[in-house]
Write a protein that binds this ligand. Structure first.
Ligand SMILES: [Zn+2]
Length: 67
């Protein structure tokens, strides 16, 4: 079904997500914790320590293949 709607982008549902963020202010490195399995990760860009942070991110749909 297709509805002729107004030109509004679909709202993207966002959820508070735990991430690792690079501790260096000038570095934009960060990663979702669910994709980063180390408890003491290093930034993949500058190899500095990363700090835990919460960030509003779009909900990820489960793309894991069925087993
Ligand atoms: Zn970094």
């Amino acid at each position: 079904m297709f509805f002729n709607r107004k030109k509004e982008p679909d709202p993207v549902e966002e959820i508070e997500t735990e991430i690792w963020k690079c501790a260096v202010d000038t570095c934009s490195g960060w990663a979702r914790k669910e994709f980063f399995f180390s408890d003491d990760p290093l930034c993949p860009f500058c190899e500095e320590q990363m700090v835990s942070e919460l960030r509003m991110l779009p909900v990820l749909f489960d793309r894991m293949p069925n087993q």
